[in-house]
Unconditional design. Sequence first.
Length: 118
Amino acid sequence: QVQLVESGGGLVQAGGSLRLSCAASGRTSSTYAAGWFRQAPGKDREFVATVTWSSGSTVYADSAKGRFTISRDNAKKTVHLEMNSLKAEDAAVYYCAAREAGRAYKSWGQGTQVIVSS
């Protein structure tokens, strides 16, 4: 099992930036990819971005393209989500998740809240 701990959330003004981090521990050798998801009040959890651990290839939700950047640091077993030009609709609890190759996301962090003030 992989343990994930997010950090970096907080209050930011619309148009501002935040950098979220996710530290992984435990059985990380089996991790194929890590991703960020978010859930706003009253809404379903939605995909934001993912990065493949070995190659660093990335995929983004349309809402994140051009504004968010996901990256990983293999040595530190950390995944980051750089968020720029934040909008009110980006406010949510952001979750880090990890999965093995060919499998669904199984390991989840506890979440970090992002609040965007207008």
